[in-house]
Design a protein around this ligand. Structure first.
Ligand code: ADP
Ligand code: MG
Ligand code: MG
Length: 255
């Protein structure tokens, strides 16, 4: 059975009036209950894949399909994707000046609960749930009173992202990690957040360069992306190979 199935996905972006193809036939399957990683050199299309799965309008899907829990993901509105159980954390988390972090989170949680036919959380119920989650993540409750991500340190943004993921209880979390500038603590926060959610009902697709993060995570499977395509899939040994040899051999294969 498949939770996420991407088949022959091609996507382009308009670059000064000329369509530029970035995804050139991505094939990828994530079954329920598994943690997968995507690795690949800078510019190969990893972030583009996460944006296309999120439903960002600036990308044109020119071929292929994506099914999520048996539904046509590409036909769904971004909010419908979230309600169906897809969570996306981007390379650059959005800052929302003037938007209270706790209110933002409660709105997001209740939108998903409504879509699932579950009762919404009132202020008291939400506070109880969110306090348990922040405690579990060693987060200060102060962060709930601040504006979403505004003035947050890199580590605080990571914690906030993991808090959102924990509260939303997605079926699939897709996390696009920054290529640089993340300290070991931040990597651990993400890895622990994913590990805490590990269950037969939760899968994660983590996009990363960091060997360290993969060591903490212990992914079931690793996919190597080169020039807009998954060129190899395998076990954790693939990450070790990349750590030693880089992407040279994969680039040659793809050419
Ligand atoms: P990765 O996340 O693997 O580093 P990206 O998905 O960010 O790669 O980018 C893939 C390719 O698409 C790169 O060559 C990048 O320059 C190009 N690209 C991304 N966004 C745009 C854009 N808005 N206009 C033109 N080219 C873009
Ligand atoms: Mg990049
Ligand atoms: Mg990227």
């Amino acid at each position: 059975s498949e939770l996420l199935k991407i088949s022959g996905l091609h996507a382009s972006i308009d670059a000064d009036g000329i369509p530029k193809e970035i995804l050139r036939g991505v094939d990828l399957v994530v079954p329920p209950g598994e943690v997968h990683a995507i690795m690949g050199p800078n510019g190969c299309g990893k972030s583009t894949l996460s944006y296309v799965l999120a439903g960002r309008e600036e990308y044109d899907v020119t071929a292929g399909s994506v099914s999520f829990m048996g539904q046509d993901l590409l036909a769904m509105e971004p909010e419908e994707r979230a309600a169906a159980g897809l969570f996306l954390a981007f390379q650059a988390p959005v800052e929302l000046p003037g938007v209270n972090n706790a209110n933002f989170l409660r709105t997001a949680v209740n939108a998903v609960r409504r879509a699932r036919g579950e009762p919404e959380l009132d202020a008291v119920g939400f506070l109880k749930t969110v306090r348990a989650a922040t405690k579990n993540l060693s987060m200060s409750d102060d962060m709930l009173k601040r504006n979403v991500n505004v003035g947050f340190s890199g580590g605080e943004k990571k914690r906030n992202e993991v808090l959102q993921m924990t509260m939303l209880q997605p079926k699939l979390a897709i996390l696009d990690e920054t290529d640089s500038g993340l300290d070991v603590d931040a990597l651990r926060i993400v890895a622990e957040g994913v590990k805490n959610l590990r269950s037969p009902d939760f899968s994660a697709l983590v996009i990363t360069h960091h060997q360290r993060l993969l060591e903490y995570l212990g992914p079931d499977r690793i996919h190597v992306m080169v020039r807009g395509r998954i060129v190899r899939s395998g076990g954790p040994e693939l990450a070790k190979q990349i750590d030693v040899e880089g992407y040279a051999s994969f680039l040659t294969e793809a050419a």
